[in-house]
Write a protein that binds this ligand. Structure first.
Ligand code: C5P
Length: 253
């Protein structure tokens, strides 16, 4: 018997109807996908780590006054969030060149950018989430000019918060992606940070060694993704107590 109504199933999360109107339960799966789901795997414990990490980041944002959808964590894999109409854009903020920016413009990975660069991609799996300009966003009605101004301001506040937090634990925030939701309080609409903030949607490099501690470990086959995420959670002091980390046997010659 179904416990509750499933609203949507994405690549890494399932959304269920929440217990009260205007709420949603976000369930974090262990599935990892890359390159528009061409590469897939199940990474044991990833959902638990991302649920905790997203809670940690969103709670911090609330504490500094950045509106976001997080209400409370329900259990190891689920959190209660405010229902919001998701603006169909991936908002990417970059501090250092990497990934698609490096490929597109031929800038070596790791090169500092003159200022944070914000990019927008249209959320459409069939099209591979293409990069779009503000012109497209406004002309096609995905967001207004006022929304865009608010989105840029939210994105830069998240960037400053996340960069500082990561710096404190010896990690460089290279870039990240957020999604923005629209909610109504009586007759007023406002925007908030929605979806998730986790190593699935950030590039995180160790400041000393440059070691990658994010989804690039999976995309580029650089080792254990759960080890990388566990390291981020451990440094931030948010490692859930009952995630046991098994060390793999080492061959001794
Ligand atoms: O691939 P690209 O360099 O454009 O990614 C920039 C940032 O946005 C990375 O941190 C990546 O993890 C994130 N991203 C994401 N979801 C996507 C595309 C990018 O979280 N669909």
């Amino acid at each position: 018997m179904a416990r509750r109504k499933k609203i949507y199933e994405g690549k890494a999360k399932i959304l269920y109807e929440g217990p009260e109107p205007g709420t949603i339960v976000q369930y974090f799966k262990d599935d990892a996908t890359a390159f528009n789901a061409e590469k897939k795997a199940t990474i044991e414990g990833k959902g638990v780590l991302n649920n905790r990490l997203s809670e940690f980041f969103m709670t911090g944002l609330t504490q500094i006054g950045v509106p976001n959808h997080f209400i409370k964590r329900l259990n190891m894999r689920e959190q209660l969030v405010r229902a919001a109409e998701i603006i169909p854009l991936e908002v990417i903020v970059r501090n250092f060149a990497a990934g698609s920016l490096s490929k597109r413009l031929g800038i070596p990975e790791g090169e500092p950018l003159p200022r944070p660069i914000i990019e927008f991609c249209y959320k459409d799996d069939a099209l591979g989430d293409p990069l779009v300009a503000e012109e497209h966003i406004i002309a096609f009605g995905w967001a207004s000019q006022q929304d865009l101004d608010d989105i840029v301001s939210l994105a830069l506040r998240v960037n400053d918060f996340m960069s500082g937090l990561m710096l404190g634990v010896g990690i460089k925030l290279v870039d990240f992606k957020i999604e923005i939701g629209r909610v109504w309080d009586n007759d007023y609409q406002r925007l908030l940070v929605a979806d998730e903030i986790s190593p699935d949607s950030c590039r995180l490099w160790d400041i000393e060694t440059g070691q990658k501690l994010d989804k690039d470990v999976f995309r580029r086959d650089l080792g254990s993704l759960s080890d990388a995420y566990t390291e981020v959670a451990r440094r931030l002091g948010v490692l859930p107590s009952n995630v046991t980390h098994t060390t793999k046997p080492t061959l001794i010659n």
